[in-house]
Design a protein around this ligand. Structure first.
Ligand code: NAD
Length: 498
């Protein structure tokens, strides 16, 4: 069985804490690795390496830093198959979906290659007599990222690519459930010419997260994961004076207006509801048809599609989705389906009995579809994070909008309609961070920013796009006067622009 490592100072380092967790292959249900869980001292070693390497990296001109990112892109392309296979093996998603996970990260690396332009400051010539004013963007120093299991390539790259491009050194604490790809990414970045110590990976659990949160040399922390932990990381990180951004859970609604193109809507719900076994923070987990007629028509079309979903091992290129990530995740999601039945929702398609032939120990669950879900039910209020779609029937557009706005999460949402007025009104009034109009998973492209509202995000700057440059840099403003003959004596009043 493989024993994984940490990656510190440009080298693989064996865990020394004596604590490990099991790494599983969801497709077969077999344990495939032991993942070391870092102690406070191991985290500190990573931070010290980062701290020692950072000043020289920050002093490397931005064009040269960008070239290292460009080389990293070439290596990501070279090793694409290898990365996708490793990702699918530990996560369980299909290889095609694993490639999408990598590609979405690649797009943010591409964005970060623009750092010479993105970090440019502002300049005002002649803001006063012989006075020029200009602003500088400088890196923060050592920063850290704590990432979830569900996008083990994309989210680490969303964090470390802009941070490193800006001249910071990075300590990544990936999910202990699928840490191989983050380790491979660190190796590739080193091969691309990144100096040792600029990207470190420590594997671990709460102990390593707490060590990062309390470390005085870490200037900023970016977290992605469930809301309870996001809130904890935000509070503890802020208490130790760090800049913190935390992205949490979701319950994304898709509103189906009576005039929606039903073929397109059903395709969207099937792909966004069940792709990656529903383990996406932008998965659609609630469909909100407006009007009974729309709801009946939607259910008539959805049921056969959910019943015929093709579930398979990650290596099956014809599978729609693969297993859940762990046996515990499978238990939790099954528990929610049991709960929905108890709460009185109609289980229109029951995937609980699904068994994958030849892979009986794998963590598979058939697609589940609930109708007549109501807002007071726990299956509506809580994030299930599995292949379970709930249909909540709304009588009017205003009811549908209110549902989206009243939910505690506000990550993504979509409306399907042919009515431009309705779509425009929805985009203006919905209390959600990312909105799709006839687009089911409105994950913004890399040069816009990604982030939810309400209890889906804590902190005021989003991920990737221009916000990521703001998050990973500090601004200085310089007011300069050259001694060219202006003699205005000592002044005892505050200078103004009068
Ligand atoms: P998780 O909260 O269990 O873990 C996230 C990270 O926190 C991991 O690195 C984990 O090791 C660490 N962690 C776990 N327990 C901890 C504790 N008690 N103290 C400190 N750190 C701890 O999340 P997950 O199950 O890996 O990922 C799924 C969740 O992530 C879902 O809720 C999903 O919606 C969310 N997510 C959100 C976004 C977004 O951008 N909003 C994106 C992807 C995933």
């Amino acid at each position: 069985m493989k024993e994984l490592t940490h990656f510190i100072g440009g080298k693989h380092v064996a865990g020394t804490s004596g604590r490990f967790t099991e790494g599983w292959q969801p497709m077969t249900g077999e344990q495939i690795s032991r993942v070391p869980l870092a102690s406070k001292a191991e985290v500190r070693a990573a931070v010290e390496n980062a701290k020692a390497a950072q000043p020289a990296w920050a002093a490397t001109n931005p064009q040269r830093r960008a070239r290292v990112l460009m080389k990293f892109l070439q290596l990501l392309e070279r090793d694409n198959d290898k990365l996708a296979e490793a990702l699918a093996r530990e996560h369980g998603k299909t290889i095609a979906d694993a490639k999408g996970d990598i590609q979405r990260g690649v797009e943010v690396v591409e964005f970060a290659c623009g750092v010479p332009h993105l970090m440019k400051g502002e300049f005002t010539d002649g803001a006063g007599p012989n006075i020029d004013v200009y602003s500088l963007r400088q890196p923060l120093g050592v920063v850290a990222g704590i990432t979830p299991f569900n996008f083990p390539a994309m989210i680490p790259m969303w964090k470390f690519a802009p941070a490193i491009a800006c001249g910071n050194a990075f300590v990544l604490k990936p999910s202990e459930r699928d840490p191989s790809v983050p380790l491979m990414l660190a190796e590739l970045f080193l091969e691309a010419g990144l100096p040792p110590g600029i990207l470190n990976v420590v594997n671990g659990d709460k102990e390593s997260v707490d060590a990062l949160l309390d470390d005085p040399d870490i200037q900023a922390i970016g977290f992605v994961g469930s809301t309870a932990i996001a809130e904890y990381v935000y509070a503890r990180g802020c208490a130790t004076g760090k800049r913190v951004q935390c992205f949490g859970g979701a319950k994304n609604h898709l509103v189906v207006m009576p005039d929606a193109d039903m073929d397109q809507t059903v395709d969207a719900l099937i792909g966004a509801g069940y792709g990656s076994a529903g383990e996406r923070c932008m998965a659609v987990s609630v469909a909100v048809p407006v009007g009974e007629k729309t709801a009946d028509e939607l259910m008539r079309r959805l049921i056969p599609r959910v019943e015929s979903l093709k579930i398979g091992p990650s290596t099956d290129s014809s599978a729609d989705y693969g297993p859940l990530v762990t046996a515990q995740a499978l238990e939790r999601v099954r528990g929610y389906v049991d709960l929905g039945v108890k709460e009185g929702a109609t289980l229109a398609v029951d995937g609980r009995g699904f068994k994958m032939q030849g892979y009986e120990k794998g963590f598979y669950l058939g697609g589940c579809l609930f109708d007549h879900v109501t807002p007071d039910m726990r299956i509506y209020k809580e994030e299930i994070f599995g292949p379970v779609l709930s249909v909540v029937r709304a009588q009017t557009y205003e009811d549908a909008l209110r549902l989206c706005n009243d939910h505690e999460y506000g990550n993504g949402v979509a409306i399907f309609t042919r009515d431009g007025d309705a779509a425009r009104d929805f985009a203006a009034r919905v209390q959600v961070g990312m909105i799709g109009v006839n687009v089911p998973i409105p994950v913004p492209i890399a040069y816009y920013t990604f982030g939810g509202w309400k209890r889906s995000a804590f902190g005021d700057l989003n991920q990737h796009g221009p916000d990521s440059i703001r998050f990973y840099t500090r601004t200085k403003t310089v007011t300069a006067r050259w001694p060219s003959g202006v003699k205005d004596g000592a002044s005892f009043v505050i200078p103004t622009m009068e």
